[in-house]
Design a protein around this ligand. Structure first.
Ligand SMILES: [Zn+2]
Length: 296
C-alpha cells in the first residue's frame, strides 16, 4: 500500500495566506431571499406557500448551477486563460482521469514528439497505484493537478466533510509523490455543489474547468471529437481530453491517441502555443499549503 503521507523530504510549505472567503454575489442574494421569506411569513403567516415556493425555487437554481461545469455563479471558476496569455496566442491542453498504465505513456510520447506541455488532472487513487508513472508525467515537464481522490460520481451531492476528504487525500498524496503542490482542482465530471468553493478557498486551490471539451469519454469518432475542440479555437482556450476513461474508435484505439496529433498540428498551424495552466497563473503557486486544515 502506498503511504499517503507527504514524504519527510518535502520542501517547506509557504505560509497559508488566510483570507476571508469571498462569498459569491448569487449566494448573498440567496441568503437575502431566505431572510425575506422568513420575515414575510412572520408578518403574514398565510403567505407561507409563496415564501416556501420562493425558497424551493432558489434551491433548485443553486443545484442546477452546480451541474453547469463552466458556471461562475457558485464561486471562482477558471474557464479560459488570462487575457494576456490569450493575446500571446496561448492555449492549454488538459488531460483528465489518468494516469492509465497503458494509455498515459502513449499520450506522453505523443506530447514529447510535438514538444507540447500539458496539465494532467489525475485521479489520485489511480496515481497511488502507479506512482512511477505519476513521477514520469512530472519529469517530462507536465503539470499534475488535483482531480479528487476517487472521482466519485456522486461528488456533487456530497456534504462538506466528504468533499474535504476527497480534496485533502488527493492533495496530500500528490504533493508527497511529486514534491509539487497542486494549486488547481477540477471537479469529477465538472459537477459540484455549494460546499466546494469555501473548501477550495481554505486549501489554496482554485477550481479549473475548460473552454471546450471533446466528449472523448463517450464518443469514439475522431473527427467529431476533433471538431468540438477545434471549431472556433483561439488563444486563451482551455481544452479537455482524457487519458483515462477514454472511448475507443471503431478500430479499437483510444480516441485520444488519434485526436491528439491532429489537434496539436491544427493548433500549431494556426500559430497557437500550448502552455500548462500553471504557466498562466504562476503567482497562484505561493498560495496553497498542504498544511491547510479543513474541518468543516
Ligand atoms: Zn474526470
Amino acid at each position: 500500500m502506498t503511504p499517503l503521507q507527504p514524504s519527510p523530504s518535502l520542501p517547506p510549505s509557504p505560509a497559508l495566506r488566510v483570507t476571508t472567503w469571498p462569498v459569491p454575489v448569487f449566494l448573498l442574494l440567496s441568503a437575502g431571499l431566505h431572510l425575506l421569506a422568513l420575515l414575510a411569513v412572520l408578518r403574514s403567516p398565510s403567505d407561507w406557500p409563496w415564501a416556501l415556493g420562493a425558497v424551493v425555487l432558489n434551491h433548485l437554481a443553486i443545484t442546477l448551477l452546480g451541474l453547469w461545469p463552466r458556471s461562475t455563479w457558485l464561486g471562482d471558476n477558471i474557464t479560459r486563460l488570462p487575457a494576456e496569455a490569450a493575446a500571446r496566442g496561448e492555449i492549454a491542453l488538459t488531460l483528465d482521469d489518468g494516469p492509465d498504465p497503458v494509455l498515459t505513456p502513449q499520450v506522453l510520447d505523443q506530447l514529447d514528439a510535438a514538444g507540447v506541455k500539458a496539465t494532467f488532472f489525475v485521479i489520485a487513487e489511480r496515481a497511488a497505484a502507479h506512482p512511477a508513472l505519476l513521477r514520469e508525467i512530472v519529469r517530462r515537464g507536465h503539470s499534475v493537478q488535483n482531480h479528487s481522490w476517487r472521482h466519485p460520481h456522486a461528488f456533487s451531492v456530497f456534504g462538506p466533510r466528504r468533499i474535504a476528504r476527497e480534496l485533502q487525500q488527493a492533495q496530500a498524496f500528490l504533493h508527497g509523490a511529486t514534491s509539487e503542490r497542486p494549486t488547481l482542482f477540477r471537479a469529477p465530471a465538472g459537477l459540484r455543489n455549494v460546499f466546494l468553493d469555501p473548501l477550495l478557498h481554505r486549501m489554496g486551490l482554485r477550481l479549473a474547468s475548460w473552454t471546450r471539451r471533446g466528449f472523448d469519454t463517450r464518443d469514439g469518432d475522431t473527427q467529431r471529437v476533433l471538431a468540438r475542440l477545434t471549431r472556433g479555437l483561439r488563444g486563451g482556450d482551455i481544452l479537455l481530453l482524457h487519458d483515462g476513461h477514454c472511448a475507443s474508435t471503431p478500430e479499437g484505439r483510444p480516441v485520444v491517441l488519434d485526436v491528439l496529433p491532429l489537434l496539436i498540428a491544427q493548433a500549431q498551424q494556426a500559430g497557437l502555443r500550448f502552455v500548462r495552466l500553471t504557466d498562466a497563473w504562476p503567482a497562484q503557486t505561493a498560495v496553497a499549503t498542504i498544511n491547510a486544515s479543513v474541518t468543516p
